[in-house]
Ligand binder design. Structure first.
Ligand code: GRF
Length: 198
């Protein structure tokens, strides 16, 4: 990892040769809670080697599920660090110890610093519960209902320093129905998240 974009090795033929002989890519998943998107990713068996699941919350329910699947788990508790930078440095150290090709954010509820994101160019993906660029940030289902939109959904995108604004890979739309509550809409969107993220 590092600044692949500016390194002639990573752009040269040697890099591609090396990868021809080793097509299996590896990944680490970052979670904060129940981890249903993590489960959807792992269960879809997309031909990735899952090196670890890392949570910033010690009691994230998803950790137990990952462990029962034989995936290594780590906790990097954001509360143990005095600043965002210090937390991100510890997180980067944990991630780098698994040398993954990709990082999947799956319900990971921390804003990452630019310094962290720049370490893994075009390698971090996120699932966001709205049709970006509408409703970046939190409380997307409540805001969708309040705004009166008739379509809502989910987006898989690359992570860049601009929060919830990286290049879009996949989207799925669902209707917002009369009488929808935050919960009913969230459930409809979540079913699509589990479909499009894998
Ligand atoms: C999902 O809706 C995800 O898009 C959002 O938070 C929720 C996490 O759910 N960022 P889970 O932990 O994947 O079950």
């Amino acid at each position: 990892h590092g600044k692949r974009g500016s390194d002639p090795f990573f752009n040269g033929p040697l890099f591609h040769l090396r990868h021809c002989g080793n097509p299996m890519k590896s990944a680490v998943i970052l979670i904060s809670g129940r981890g249903s998107n993590m489960q959807a990713l792992v269960e879809a068996k997309p031909g990735l080697e899952w090196r670890a699941v890392i949570s910033n919350r010690p009691n994230a329910a998803g950790l137990e599920w990952a462990a029962t699947r034989g995936i290594e788990t780590r906790i990097v508790d954001h509360k143990a660090y005095p600043s965002r930078e210090a937390f991100d440095a510890a997180l980067a150290q944990a991630v780098d110890s698994f040398s993954p090709d990709y990082l999947f954010l799956a319900g990971f509820m921390r804003i990452l610093t630019e310094g962290f994101i720049d370490r893994y160019p075009r390698s971090i993906l996120n699932i966001h519960p709205s049709l970006l660029p509408c409703f970046p940030g939190l409380d997307t289902h409540r805001r969708a209902i309040a705004s009166g939109v008739k379509l809502h959904g989910a987006t898989v995108h690359f992570v860049t320093p601009a929060l919830d604004h990286g290049p879009i890979l996949v989207q799925a739309a669902v209707p917002v129905l009369d009488g929808d509550t935050e919960d009913s809409l969230a459930g409809r969107v979540l079913a699509q998240e589990h479909r499009i993220y894998p």
